[in-house]
Ligand binder design. Structure first.
Ligand code: FES
Length: 568
């Protein structure tokens, strides 16, 4: 009979010295240096990925969460062992957080695999951390449960409720338009982030929190409690106890993160008016399990899944309001008829069984009923056309209805530096009817696909009150941003996608209802421009940049490294 003890607890994955007994003897000697008893060292080991960092205020409550997770683990009979991983904050990652997401996923995967743990709690929160952790844990294959840090509180400016970061952009737009002065924008700056925690609107962090819960890899009801609440701490304690249970039952992530679970997550992404980044992250996580997420399927789901959650930037509320409205379960109850109810949740129950356990609904105004949606279709639409043969997306629920069908003259910026140099020039030849195009901000172009797809309205138009224009790029945009913004144009310009040859003065036609993005030039003219100005793909001599440029995939493959995806 196989000795199962060799595959669990401290006996897992022994360092190789050629003598198993000595390896275990040495490992125990070292950890006993930290004061552990033999009793403690026979318990199931629960790793806790500690992503606390002074550079990451979105994870500012990680010390409290660690305490609570450890309490939950110990109450359930396990031994909690936290370990550090890379932590990424959106505003403290150069050149962009996306450039580092895959590095964090490798770190997470290899640390889970290298260290002896029977299950792992993944503490994440800020935009790239949850996808990086789920990508890594999916590849490592050890039972895991996601715990998000929770949203920050909202602040107040002159009696108006504000929160990061939809209101950051709105107030900055007012400042650029010279509607408010430097003193006032400075006072707003004090109020936008009222506590530690993740952005308080339905940005990427909130989206990934909801998506993790919808996938079943986080506890039911765990997405919405704000970072500084007792509810968040209780979720952490329960997550610790759950980790001990999945260690015993060997509930590996591949049994939870199935094709049905991803389809449930896409439904939720659409119904919450979630961040467009969610599409890329879900594609990347699924790719680690050999599951293909198809943009055509996303669009089909979008046509029958309305936006029900009334949060900024699509609506008016904040995450703490969603929590008061019952959290994500309130939405899942409403979407019940559209979900795969047999999908397994980390609790060991199915999604349907979890929904059966919910309390009765109560009156609230954050999650709309299916009969009265905020937006009749899903928040994200998939576009095709000769400008984006591999697809592009638009967050239609946060776009200007008047621009959803629009033809205009292209005003082209070759890269982010060109944009910064010319966008506010009084000499810029631009009108409100034009289409702003930004190249070279795709996965390889910038590199790291920065959230620069939210091109600012040229100052001279902003001063005249122009609030939105059609904007197109191969980059991403923050989930907290709004506007008629076409993103993820694939293939990107840096690898020779058609976008590379768009010139100012060309005409571009967007028709969201028809799902089309057309560049009105002939094939002959495109061939002429290709021949006249061939594209050279970016390369690097050394280091992570070389790995990144050699290996990163396009948006439709999740911007993961090709060698990390599971072959199908
Ligand atoms: Fe961390 Fe928004 S910057 S969640």
């Amino acid at each position: 009979m196989a000795d199962e003890s060799k595959d669990r607890g401290l006996e897992k994955g022994l360092t190789s010295y050629g003598d198993r007994g000595f390896s275990l003897f040495l490992r125990k000697a070292f950890i006993k240096g930290a004061g552990y008893t033999d009793d403690a060292l026979t318990r199931p080991v629960i790793g806790i990925a500690d992503t606390g960092s002074a550079f990451n205020p979105c994870h500012g409550n990680v010390p409290q969460l660690l305490d609570a997770v450890k309490r939950g683990v110990m109450l359930a009979g396990g031994l909690p062992v936290e370990f550090p991983t890379i932590s990424i904050h959106e505003s403290f990652a150069h050149p962009t957080s996306m450039y580092l997401r895959n590095l964090m996923s490798i770190d997470t995967e290899e640390m889970i695999r290298a260290q002896p743990m029977d299950a792992v709690v993944l503490i994440g929160g800020c935009d790239k951390t949850v996808p990086a952790e789920l990508m890594g844990a999916a590849s490592a294959g050890v039972p895991c449960v996601q715990l998000v840090t929770g949203s920050m509180l909202t602040g107040s400016h002159r009696g108006e409720r504000v929160g990061a970061c939809t209101d950051c952009r709105r107030y900055w737009g007012r400042y650029r338009a010279e509607e408010i002065d430097a003193d006032e924008i400075s006072r707003v700056n004090d109020q936008l982030v009222a506590s530690v925690g993740t952005c308080s609107v339905m940005g990427t962090a909130s989206t990934m929190a909801c998506v993790a819960e919808a996938l079943g890899i986080a506890l039911p009801g765990s997405a919405s409690p704000p970072a500084v609440t007792a509810d968040r701490i209780r979720v952490a304690e329960n997550t610790g106890a759950t980790a001990v249970a999945i260690a015993a039952s060997k509930l590996t992530p591949d049994r939870i993160l199935t094709a049905k679970a991803f389809e449930n997550a896409l439904r939720v992404l659409l119904a919450i008016g979630g961040s467009t980044n969610g599409v890329i992250h879900l594609t990347a996580i699924a790719g680690r399990l050999g599951i293909a997420l198809d943009l055509a399927r996303l669009d089909a789901l979008g046509r029958e899944t309305p936006v029900l959650v009334d949060l900024k930037p699509s609506g008016k509320h904040y995450m703490e309001d969603l929590h008061r409205a019952g959290g994500l379960p309130t939405l899942l109850r409403e979407l019940r008829s559209l979900l795969h109810l047999d999908a397994l949740v980390v609790t060991g129950r199915t999604l349907g069984e979890e929904l059966d356990r919910l309390d009765a609904p109560f009156a609230q105004d954050v999650v709309r009923p299916l009969s009265n949606p905020l937006y009749p279709q899903g928040g994200i639409a998939v576009l095709r056309g000769n400008l984006a043969p591999g697809g592009a997306i638009i967050k239609q629920s946060a776009a200007d209805a008047k621009l959803m069908k629009h033809e205009g003259r292209a005003v082209v910026f070759e890269d982010a530096e060109d944009l910064a140099r010319r966008i506010d020039s009084e000499d810029l030849d631009v009108t409100a009817d034009d289409v702003l195009v930004l190249k070279n901000i795709g996965p390889k172009g910038a590199p790291g696909m920065p959230e620069a797809g939210y091109l600012p309205i040229p100052k001279k138009l902003a001063r005249k009150g122009v609030k939105d224009m059609v904007r197109i790029s191969d980059g991403r945009m923050s989930g907290t941003a709004a506007g008629t913004i076409v993103l993820h144009v694939t293939p990107e310009s840096a690898v020779g996608g058609p976008l590379a040859w768009v010139q100012s003065g060309d005409r571009i036609r967007l028709d969201v209802a028809a799902r089309s993005l057309e560049w009105l030039v002939s094939d002959f003219e495109l061939a002429r421009r290709r021949a006249a100005r061939p594209v050279t793909e970016p390369r690097a001599e050394r280091g992570y940049l070389r790995l990144f440029l050699d290996s990163v995939t396009q948006a439709d493959q999740g911007v993961d490294f090709d060698f990390l995806r599971k072959p199908r």
